[in-house]
Design a protein around this ligand. Structure first.
Ligand SMILES: [Fe+2]
Length: 352
């Protein structure tokens, strides 16, 4: 299966992974053949891509960091919390605790796996899916830093709720596609304090988790908000979530721009290392990211091109590929090639 941009979908393609609506119910199930009407409806609902079998790597199943069940549980949990929390509310930590436990258990069971996030979501669901992805990435970083399970849990709870304060910011400002005015930006910044206040008084949520909501927009050089903290003044949980937050935002499709390929996002993060992000944490993170995720169409330096089918743990830039074409056209038959065993070859280009 492969993730394909909805603009390039051919009518008659078969969906290879369930598509969910914003309530977490199945909208189209795996196996459904896409008609023109379905494609148009998905576009209207704000989906930018879908998983289909297109005859190229149909035999390859997706390696995913967390199971579909865990993802749905976590998305439903954060959606319920953000829809129901009001100024005076506290958060019920029980479902939250279960959702974070499932994420941690899935990740601990897949320790060797490279980070390969591949959910699809409609634009409307961005906040919820984003919170779950940032949590997954943060817990993976926590594992790289050898956190014990209870510490991973406090990290996960804080990160899953890091933007809960946004529920108190007017939606027209949160959803504004263009640039914010200075006044609007000052209002947005307050979501950090609002989130902190809510988490601080919620029983079962530790103060260290609440500080993730307060500090996740702080940056190493003091250029962040709300308190312009610097370096070690920022708690480690927040330094982790800052990297995860920016990574997921850049690699996601938004209503105003397309997603940026993973290898380019990692390049950006590396260039901002030290100034914006904790370089020690960033180095550990980049080692774990699949630079060319499964299903990415790539060209090698010898002119052949194909699709990434598998990751090699610990070698992020050298996955396994299935080659279908060379400069003259289709190859007589597909070639299976492990780039970790062919150091003379490398990925030169990515089809975006
Ligand atoms: Fe935020």
């Amino acid at each position: 299966m492969r993730k394909i941009d909805i603009a390039n979908i051919e009518v008659g393609s078969r969906i290879s992974k369930n598509i969910y609506n914003s309530k977490g119910q199945v909208l189209l199930s795996a196996g459904t053949v896409l008609t023109r009407r379905y494609v148009n409806r998905l576009k209207e609902l704000g989906f930018s891509s879908v998983f289909v079998d297109d005859g190229l790597i149909d035999d390859i199943s997706l390696e995913e960091a967390i199971s579909e069940e865990t993802r749905i549980q976590a998305v439903n949990c954060i959606r319920d919390i953000m829809k129901n929390v009001t100024r005076d509310n506290v958060i019920n930590a029980a479902p939250l605790s279960k959702a974070v436990d499932s994420i941690i258990d899935d990740l601990l069971a897949n320790r060797e796996m490279m980070l390969n996030l591949s959910d699809i979501r409609s634009y409307d669901d961005y906040t919820f899916s984003h919170s779950v992805n940032v949590t997954v990435i943060s817990v993976v970083i926590g594992m790289c830093l050898h956190y014990p399970k209870n510490r991973l849990k406090d990290l996960g709870i804080g990160v899953l709720l890091h933007d809960v304060g946004k529920t108190r910011i007017p939606p027209d400002i949160i959803n504004k596609p263009g640039k914010l005015t200075d006044e609007e930006y000052e209002i947005v910044k307050k979501h950090t304090w609002y989130g902190f206040e809510t988490l601080r008084k919620s029983p079962g949520i530790r103060l260290t988790s609440a500080h993730v909501a307060l500090q996740h927009h702080e940056r190493q050089d003091g250029s962040g908000y709300p308190r312009s903290l610097k370096g070690d003044e920022i708690i480690e949980f927040a330094r982790i979530s800052a990297i995860a937050d920016v990574y997921d935002a850049m690699t996601s499709d938004r209503c105003y721009r397309k997603s940026i390929p993973v290898h380019k996002v990692c390049q950006y993060l590396a260039e901002s290392s030290g100034a914006q992000f904790d370089s020690r944490i960033l180095d550990r993170f980049i080692e774990k990211v699949a630079l060319y995720p499964q299903g990415t169409r790539v060209t090698l330096n010898d002119g052949r091109s194909g699709i990434v089918t598998k990751q090699n743990s610990g070698v992020p830039a050298r996955p396994v590929v299935r080659l279908f074409w060379d400069e003259k056209g289709p190859l007589p038959k597909p070639v299976h090639l492990n780039l970790a065993e062919h150091l003379e070859l490398k990925i030169e280009d990515v089809f975006e």
